[in-house]
Design a protein around this ligand. Sequence first.
Ligand code: LLP
Length: 405
Amino acid sequence: MYQPSFDLAQNIKEQYSTPVAVISKPMLEEKVKAMKTAFKKNTKIFYAIKANNNPHIVNVLKNAGIDGIDTVSINEVKLAKKIGFTSDQIIYTGSSCSDSEMTDVHNEGVMLNIGSTSELARFGKIFPNTKVSIRFNPQVGDGETAAVITAGDSTKFGIKASKLDEVKQIVAEHNLIIAGIHCHIGSGFYTTEQFEKAVIRILDQAKDFANLEFIDFGGGFGVQYKKEQTPIDLNDFAASIEKHIAEFNAHNQKEIEVRLEPGKYLVMQACTTLTSVTTIKDEYAIPFVGTDTGMNHIIRPALYGSYHHVENLSKLDGEKQKVNIVGNICESDDFIAEEVEIQTPAEGDLLAVLTTGAYCPTMQSFYNLRAFLPEVLVDEDNSTTLIRKRMNFDEMINQLGFTDF
Ligand code: LLP
């Protein structure tokens, strides 16, 4: 987990003010290397750009060796292309996809990974004789919380095995070529148990498709939120794929390309959000520590009950106190951390909210008309580059196009 020193954090605060997101370039590179090392044989890493779409960050991942980009919208496709990925290095896994978005993605030369028979039939009608990938629901899911599990009976994602005959019928009718098959069981799992079951089920379905070029097992690899937490062992995940793929390849007498789509794993731990304590409310049994960030920047605690470790950088060796750390947003759920032990905070202290690199930046909002977090990339020698500027009032308002003030 990236945690800048107090001196570096203080310099960043002086230069860019708080709240501010600070991203470690070496840690981004380290995560790509870890993935590439664990999953060697014929495995391509397609980064799930929804986790963090800052082009400066994606570019660091690109230079570190990721093979492609997993996208979910036409704008993510366009961004991936602008960053320099070619059409065949991009996959599009939309959901509830309109005909016009399918058309736009197809016209970019990007393969669609389709997760419903409705979308497959509509796509086949518009673009017969075309290569597609199919997203199946392997009926086993896993993830940090129920809200981020994307396989099983209570999810909109993927096609169930019971629809396999219908899939084959649509494919035959429109002469589609199934070039890929895919699943993604959820976000943030720590053991291989469910993942391996999904691998087995998907490989079983893959047998039915003769023209397969790749099999994609999605993302979801869990990250470390607590300092005492043991990190996942990617080698276990590699093993849980490789033995089954080896059998599959032996049966088909050719090597299939394997794809993975990590989002969180590559970017989550590399970012820390620096925030200043603005207000202490001590009339409660557990005091409220008010900060200059909030759920507009870090929505995961309010949305999923997620834990993000907070350190008081101003008093790293200080005594600890149980507190509620809250933001400056007008909502009762505006918690950064609930009932946590932290070095006794005082107004003006500089706090570090760790592991905020994935989904926090992309799920930000302008709620309460507050600007998004600026982002600062920190290099190995601690030099800093501003990679996202804080919008001022005019910039926020101008995008609404109302000029009649
Ligand atoms: N592939 C597909 C098809 C996905 O839907 C996702 C994430 C990924 C890959 C990447 O999953 P990751 O490696 O990042 O876990 N906002 C939630 C996570 C939602 C994930 C959506 N899909 C959170 O903050 O926990």
